[in-house]
Design a protein around this ligand. Structure first.
Ligand code: NAD
Length: 389
């Protein structure tokens, strides 16, 4: 396992909600069984208990691990708020000591150590899978704690969120297509999916089924098999990002859209699952100036979170697809507001998320009527702006 790239692991570029320390709580423990550093950051519980994945990663040092947990927790607050969920933002990181194996008995001990953090936090933080952890790990954790989501369906959980996240990105793509091309139909559109893992692969299958003309790219050459199966063109990442296409979907790691790609990009739309796709948030303006629609990552990649939110609230699983499909309307309203207000979609999305948190805070101090509003329609950014004036 190598170090995360700077854009996934380094200093954040997004707002005080995702940077610095404006968090409610930071718990850093040394696991008694493994000596692993176990970090949980609770950014906000204004809208409900904080929820966010547990990342298992070999960081360069403890500071980097804490910075990652803080940044990711802040981003989860924005994502849950913008999706209209009754959840706050949190994130955990397990940073194992050098030399500790990550499988077998050592993994079981790591999970037992981490489960103690969940119990200490007593439900203000609920965990889920993330980079380095699996639905099977969540099943193990749920043997120790009830504050766990995302175990396999056979264990009563909602399972791998990748498919749900892909469904949400697809809903976002429909909103983008309607906004840019006048129709939500993706049939006949040329689309590159860059990174065909747990999200990118099901997204590519959906796009192929809709009749899109596909380009796939992945660092792992074994993924070419999927390209063959879907009749997609296979290109190196750097070419796929710059190809003459309608849409690019970054579904690998963060930072795929840097200054160079922003300059060379030929697609009209960027809409993918990767967290922090823009190497810095200033690129949202540069893309808008070039007439490229950038769909904010934390809006379109919320499908997995919406799925686990249903698990937390014991919702009927049959309602999950419709709740995720609602990302199309949420993004459409953000894009309309951005167009009318002359701001970027990213700025409009941040207005939506922050206004909802501020409104809930103002209602009762912390535990407002918003708390059980999960899966409700979030306020439009326009009404948010009107109320804040
Ligand atoms: P994954 O690890 O399953 O897949 C990522 C894929 O990207 C892998 O196949 C990998 O080989 C490939 N990749 C890595 N670097 C690449 C590069 N430079 N060029 C091309 N391909 C590259 O991860 P995932 O679960 O599919 O998540 C993808 C992104 O979406 C991540 O940024 C993740 O944080 C974000 N995300 C995922 C979920 C989810 O439900 N899994 C939810 C929200 C956000």
């Amino acid at each position: 396992m190598s170090a995360l790239p700077a854009t996934e692991n380094g200093a954040s570029r997004r707002s005080s909600a995702a940077t610095g320390f404006d968090h409610e709580l930071l718990l850093v423990r040394r696991g008694p069984r493994t000596s692993a550093q176990l970090i949980t950051a609770v950014h906000s519980t204004v809208l409900g208990p904080s929820l966010g994945g547990c990342r298992l990663w070999r960081y360069a040092d403890l500071d980097a691990a804490i910075a990652d947990a803080l940044r990711l927790a802040g981003a989860m607050t924005l994502k849950a708020a913008a999706a209209g969920l009754a959840l706050g933002g949190g994130k955990s990181v397990i940073f194992p000591p050098v030399g500790l194996a990550l499988d077998g008995d050592a993994r079981a001990a790591l999970l037992a150590d981490f489960a103690e953090s969940l119990e200490l936090l007593d439900g203000i933080y609920i965990t889920a899978e993330d980079v380095g952890t699996t639905p099977e790990d969540m099943a193990v954790l749920s043997g120790y704690s009830t504050h766990v989501t995302g175990a396999p369906p056979s264990d009563g959980g909602s399972g791998d969120p990748g498919e749900f996240t892909a469904a949400g990105v697809y809903a976002g793509l429909r909103a983008c297509a309607r906004h840019c091309f006048g129709s939500p139909d993706l049939g006949g559109r040329s689309v590159a999916v860059v990174g065909v893992g747990r999200v990118g692969a099901p997204l590519a299958r959906r796009l192929a089924a809709a009749g899109a003309s596909l380009v796939l790219a992945d660092l792992n050459p074994a993924k070419q098999e999927l390209a063959r199966a879907l009749g997609a063109q296979w290109l190196p990442t750097e070419q796929a990002l710059r190809a003459e296409l309608d849409v690019v979907c970054p579904c690998a790691l963060g930072g795929a859209i840097d200054r160079d790609v922003c300059r060379d990009l030929q697609a009209r739309v960027i809409c993918g699952s990767a967290n922090n796709q823009l190497a810095d948030d200033g690129l949202a303006d540069a893309l808008a100036e070039r007439g490229v629609l950038y769909a904010p990552d934390f809006i379109v990649n919320a499908g997995g979170l919406i799925s686990v939110a249903g698990e937390v609230e014991h919702r009927d699983r049959a309602r999950v697809p419709a709740a995720i499909a609602g990302i199309e309307d949420t993004l459409a309203r953000i894009l309309d507001h951005a167009r009318h207000a002359g701001i970027t979609p990213l700025a409009a999305a941040l207005v939506l998320a922050r206004e909802r948190i501020e409104r809930a805070s103002a209602l009762t101090g912390a535990d407002g009527g918003e708390r059980m509003a999960g899966w409700s329609t979030p306020p439009s950014p326009a009404s948010a702006a009107a109320r804040s004036r």
